[in-house]
Design a binder for this molecule. Sequence first.
Ligand code: ARG
Length: 472
Amino acid sequence: MKADAKTPWGGRFEKSPGRFLTEFGASLPVDQRMWAEDIRGSVAHARMLANQGIISEADADAIEEGLSQIYREIREGSFVFDIADEDVHMAIERVLTERIGPAGARLHTARSRNDQVATDTRLHVKAIIVDLAHRTLCIRRTLLRLADEHFGVVMPGYTHLQKAQPVLFSHHLLAYEAMFARDFTRMKHAFEAADVLPLGSAALAGTTFDLDRDYVAARLGFSRVSVNSMDAVSDRDFLLDFIYACAVAQMHLSRLAEEIILWSTEEFGFITLDDEFSTGSSIMPQKKNPDFAELVRGKTGRVVGDLTALLVTMKGLPLAYNKDMQEDKEGAFDAADTLAASLRAMNGMLDTMRVNADAMRLGALGGYMAATDLADHLVSRGVPFRDAHEVVGRLVLACEKDGRTLQSLTLEEYRKHDPRFGEDVREVVDIDRVVERRVSAGGTGHDAVRVQIKTVAAGIAADEAWLEQAEG
Ligand code: ARG
């Protein structure tokens, strides 16, 4: 193809890539969504150039005016993006220059797309993180509300997916809150990693112009300025931190989804999903499927894939910018979009599900889950723990053969099995007492969970405060 006058590097070329390679090389469909950040960054850069006497105030005014017009058009949907522009940066700059002439052509002074794209991406990711942090807080508030509302409901706690010890449903829910609280912390870290201004690094080596990078940083809301121009244009660690935070959060959602799927089976029956969050079958009229929980679980693979993809993209790259890095945004945005949608779906599911306290309680009565307490009871009466374990083990075996629960045995039956069982043995196996006895800090006992609820509420409030200042 003949050299296309539209490319900004036309001067040096006699031929240019054809349609296929132009599209192959373009990132516009992916980076178009950074248009607002691109405009903000350009306005800040132009103002700084004028402040430093590098361009005139009149040129900076024309640039700002032209970019404001483009901003309105993109927001209203009347701006036409042309894939021939390769990326959002060139699309906006080209149209600006077509409209305002030489002033537009001065915008790119002391700037490269290498520091420009790094700046836009960091701004965009910071905004995404604020949104995801809000969604994470939403689900944490829902879990806290449910924990509060269903306080006292006892359910089986599992290890190896075998009944282990009874726990409060609130305790189980708040275990997920703890995961999402850590996800929030990871998002905060990713935000801080992204909060560095690369603009002013130019292509890789800095520029001959005397820039005021601190001014640009302050204007764009960055708290720091990058210290090494080569690192600044080739660093995508902030995206890796971000996708990692997404991947872990998505994994947590996936685990919760798995429990929701299990709990809504007839076999468990612990919860009933709202019809709005369930689907039917095209052939089996009776079916009610937890499709959305399954999708949350299923989408985890792609987010983990997004993380792996960027790690592999980066691993062989020499300094500084390489075009490979254009592949960074698609995965990062996919991880963000997937997590945002999953958080929304999961929050709705939790918010509307019916909790079947009776089924949970019935489940907690099975599985001989008071056995540890029975052994502890014998220990308190002087029996060595290993012997106590043996005595209770044999009792469980006998119950299993007779189809009995520990709660249905009479004092006489206990004593017949082993005379060392005390008067109060039936209270020992009372399922509410079994839970209540877990008094250790962080345990499932009622008092410990009451303390936990307060701690969780305080943690949510602190994170809300962080988010408010992050939003500026
Ligand atoms: N579209 C490019 C990207 O996303 C922008 C930077 C291109 N720089 C360059 N020297 N080709 O990475």
